[in-house]
Design a protein around this ligand. Structure first.
Ligand code: SAM
Length: 340
């Protein structure tokens, strides 16, 4: 008799049950409501406009998944946020990461239904699927989608940028340019943690007003500037440190190498080029999130892909960089550094 069992297989196979329960809870604002006070199932249904059938299954499933707490049982049971869901899933929390989950719910959840087609064809399965338009132009043509994408990036990147701003040794450097800097979040976190640093956040022109607003809200307009540009068409601004957060993974190998070359040209000798990504482990066996993120790049772009620290070092060596390091950040993400 074999003592093998299929539970691991079945848990992954039905992973979308759990995923969608969380994504719907974020969409409905459940964690934001519960941050005001604990609620019974009936109160939750009333506050969120749910059918009576939704309770108690929906909140109890979230309890079983470790995303809510429950005191008592039956009709009088009261549901509350866990410490993590209160901190990271309440829309009014400064640590809210739900932006990426809102985008996962609105866009990626549906696009991943076509993963098999992506695997067969190598073609994107998102909004560009039928038109073949460039991804960012298509994404940003609707202002709400641009805003949603910006919130998504802030949600997924906040922890990594905060860790990078604290762990990286900025003492020998004075200026930083964050290429594809979106809301200016990395620049703001580096400037806040390192008072001697001046930072520039470069992104496409329609992103710049959002970055200017966020930088002003952080009170950092004196040391953080947002500028518009096209990182393929224009040279990069000169800086001691060039950072790219989840930029190289958006492009194919030729474009990755073109961006690496531009970073090299913009740095002084001794300058640092830093990428922040869900860097895949060199053996390509362990970082499941990084490997799945690479499949997400297939869904979003077709020929784009994530990569290992060893891949990054090899491409950078070709461009002339001489020394390399990897700094683990949060969860599956790392900073890979190449020094000129
Ligand atoms: C995946 S997001 C990464 C945002 C941010 N660095 C982060 O890690 O959270 C990619 C960013 O690259 C920007 N971008 C795309 N094409 C660009 C181009 N040709 N020139 C400048 N920025 C571009 C997008 O607007 C977007 O903000």
């Amino acid at each position: 008799m074999s003592n093998l069992n299929p539970s691991h297989i079945l848990q992954i196979g039905f992973g979308f049950f759990a995923s969608k329960a969380l994504l719907s809870a974020v969409e409905l604002g459940l964690f934001t409501e519960l941050s005001k006070k604990s609620m019974t199932g009936r109160e939750i249904a009333g506050a969120l406009g749910l059918d009576a059938r939704a309770v108690p299954d929906f909140p109890d499933a979230l309890v079983a998944l470790g995303l809510l707490q429950r005191a008592g049982s039956g009709d009088g049971a009261r549901y509350a946020n866990t410490p993590e869901s209160g901190m990271f899933l309440d829309r009014n929390s400064s640590d809210y990461v739900g932006g990426i989950l809102e985008m996962a719910n609105d866009r990626l959840y549906r696009f991943w239904a076509d993963l098999t087609e992506a695997l067969r064809t190598g073609m994107p399965q998102n909004e560009t699927k039928r038109s073949g338009e460039p991804m960012f132009a298509k994404l940003y043509e609707v202002p709400e989608r641009l805003e949603q994408f910006m919130n998504a990036m802030s949600g997924i990147s906040a922890g990594n940028f905060r860790a990078f701003a604290q762990k990286f040794d900025f003492s020998k450097f004075g200026t930083l340019c964050d290429v594809g800097g979106a809301t200016g979040q990395l620049s703001c976190m580096v400037a806040a943690a390192n008072p001697h640093m001046r930072c520039t956040s470069l992104d496409l022109p329609n992103v710049v007003p959002i970055a200017i607003r966020k930088i002003a809200q952080a009170g950092l307009s004196e040391r953080v500037t947002a500028i518009g540009g096209d990182f393929f068409a224009d040279p990069l601004p000169r800086a001691d440190v060039i950072t790219m957060g989840m930029i190289l993974h958006d492009w194919n190998l030729a474009k990755k190498k073109a961006l690496i070359r531009k970073a090299y040209d913009a740095l002084p000798d001794g300058g640092a080029f830093v990428v922040i990504e869900a860097l895949i482990d060199d053996e390509r066996r362990e970082n499941a999130f990084g490997l799945l993120m690479s499949l997400n790049m297939l869904i979003e772009f077709g020929d784009a892909f994530d990569y290992t620290g060893a891949d990054f070092a090899a491409w950078c060596r070709e461009a002339g960089f001489r020394r390399f390091a990897v700094i683990p950040l949060t969860g599956p993400s790392s900073a890979a550094v190449a020094y000129k």
